[in-house]
Structure formats: C-alpha cells, structure tokens
Design a binder for this molecule. Sequence first.
Ligand code: ZN
Length: 420
Amino acid sequence: MLGLLNQDPPLVDHDHEHDHSAWLSGRGLDVTGEACGTQSCPVIPQYGSRSLVDELLDRPKTRSPPTQLLVPTRQSHEVPVLFREAYIENGFRAINQPWQYYVCSFFQLHNESMNVWTHFLAAYLMAKKLVVFSQYIDFWNDTYSWTFLTGLGSATLMYATSTGAHWFQSHSEFIYYLSFMLDYASIGLYSFSSVMLHYTYSADKQVYEYMRDIYQPIGAILGFLTCFCSVVGLVLLRLEYPRARKACQTIPVAFIYILLVSPILHRIYMCQIHDMECELSIDLHTQQIIWFLLSALFFVSHFPQCVLPGCFDHFFHSHQMFHVCITVSTLHQMDAVFEDFFAREEIFRTRSTPTATDVMLPFGFILLGEICTIWCFLNIANANLALEKVKPTSITDNIDVNNNIANDAVNSQHSESRQN
Ligand SMILES: [Zn+2]
C-alpha cells in the first residue's frame, strides 16, 4: 500500500511533447496547416508576452468565441498538462471560456466541484462562527479579543480564497497561477494567526513565559515561508518535480504546526500524564489535532484514487478528503479557543493591553512579503507562459512545424488509402 501511496508520476505526458499539432492546439495557437497547404507559410503565434495588467483585466489577443454556458467536461489528455492531476482521468473543465461559464460551473459536476463546495461551506461556517461568537465577545471594544478576531477572519479568508482558486482555476494558465498564489498567501496568514491564537489564549503560563519573545517572530517567518515555498513549488516544480513540490508545500506547514500545537500538546500532557485539571477545551483541541493529522495524510498521498485511477474523479479523491478534514479541524480549533477565552481569562488579561498595532503589524509584514513574492513569481510564470506560447520562435522553426503538419496529413492520407 505504501508503494502505491508513494507513486507520484510526473504530469508531463512525454508522448505528446513531440506531437507539434497537439502541442500547438493544446496551447490555444491557431494553426491551420490546410490554409497554407504544402507551401511553407510561417505560423504567426497569436499570443505574445502579455503584461500582468492585461492578464488581470483579461484583454484577450485571441480567445475562443463565446460558447454555451455549460460546456461538457474533458478528459485528462484534452487539457494542458498544468491542469492535470495524478490518477484523475475525467471531469476537467474546458479552458479559455468566458468568465460566465466558470461562474455557472459552480452548479456543474466536474472534478473540482467537491473542492469548491466543501470550502465554500467551510467559509460560510467560519463566518457564521464569527457572527455567533460576537454575541458573547465584544470584538469592537475588548482589545484582548482582537487576536481571536484576526484568527476567525483569516480562517474565513483562507476558505474563501481556496473556494475561488478551485472555482476559477480552469479559466487559463495565468488565472491558475494567480488564484493558487492568493490561496497560499491566505494559508500563510491563517497559519500565523493560529500561532497567535494558541499562545495568547491556550498556552499555560510557563509555556507562554518561555516562548514569549520568540513565538511571534518565528511564527511570522514560518507563515511567510508557508506561502513562499508553496509559490516556488507551484511555478518552478509543479510539472517536472511533483514530489519536490509537495515537500515545498508541506515542510514549512509541518514546522509552523509544531510551533502552534506545542502549547496544546503541553496541556494535554499535563492533563493526561500528571492528572492536572483537564479543562473542557482539551477534548476539542485533541479532535483538532486528530483531524489535522488525517488531513495531512490525505494531502501528501494520492489515496484512494491511486488504487483505482479514474474511479474517484468526481467524489472522494484525496484533495476533497483533505478539504473535509481540515475544515473539521479548524472548526474544532475555534471552538476550543472560544472555551479557553472564557476559562483562562485570568491568565491572558494580566498581560499588557494589546494595541491595534501590536496585533496587526506582524500580519502587515507577512502580507508585504507575500505580495512581493506573488508579484515576482507571477511575472516569472507569465514570462514562461509567453515563452511556451511563442514556441517555435524562429521563422525557420515555424516552416518546419508547418511542413511537419503537412507531412503528417499526407502520411495519414496514404495510410488510410492503404487500409482502404
Ligand atoms: Zn484545495
């Protein structure tokens, strides 16, 4: 079983790499060998280098004419390699369609539907928790509660950006990169907010005193690295080195999770081993840890789809299971912190009164670093895409491509006539 879990095939289909017509059509280039006949006329690529502003505003140089709102889904080999997933064979949405198609695809069954729906529900539940908790906590006036507010806010933001990424990723390669980079940025912010939540409200006095000068800077650095490493993996490693990319995503998360869960583990240890008082929140914290570990297992594996490829394309593949588990984990986390907020007031309210600057400044630094990272790597991704789309670059290469297409057509006609 472990062998199956560790199988991680590269997403590049090398059989298709040498097929020029598939290569070109897969990238949206308009190549009509028929129009040029056997004459060597140069192919003029319709895509060039587009600025980020062009891409963001979606000013197309060429784009498919509008089609019907619900386009049938595609098989794996019918979409560019960037959109393919290991062991997922069907249910891919068409790319380069009008925006309204992707908006309406919320109600269509495709292989991202469950990912969209699960985190849409998670964002709703987290926002609802914020509303319910605000009936018991004065988030406006109680400055000690602001850390809790940022935790709930960043968790809601994380699920909202994840929903958006899975919802709109199929629009184009550029949107794929952008939407997942924003997703990683929000994961970095949420991870840091979790460190703050646990050390502020849930840590025992001695753990807090021991870590008080270092948990915030270490958490901020790891929160930034969570985003940075995921973005690097997405742009530089996704296609050729999927395992290295997975490592880039998981290692910073593993480190920041160890940091944020340490005060909780200390309390569980004191409760279970030393028979100290076990507060109500301990059960909730324990469930948070169990669901998180389960989510990590699904995230790093391709189980269950690696066992039966193509059978879990729409329901219950590993990323959907990861979504469900991490949602349950964070909901338990917020309930546990809510319990601690009232049960352990005498601990955190004796500390100095936090100001808005104290609470928001570290988030500002992380956000600044994330914006710079996204800007740099979005430019790199955009340049790579432009480079791919203008291949072959020389007129001579273009002539060769056209000749190849024409030769392929002639050869296939010959073989067909031989078969007949
Ligand atoms: Zn996801």
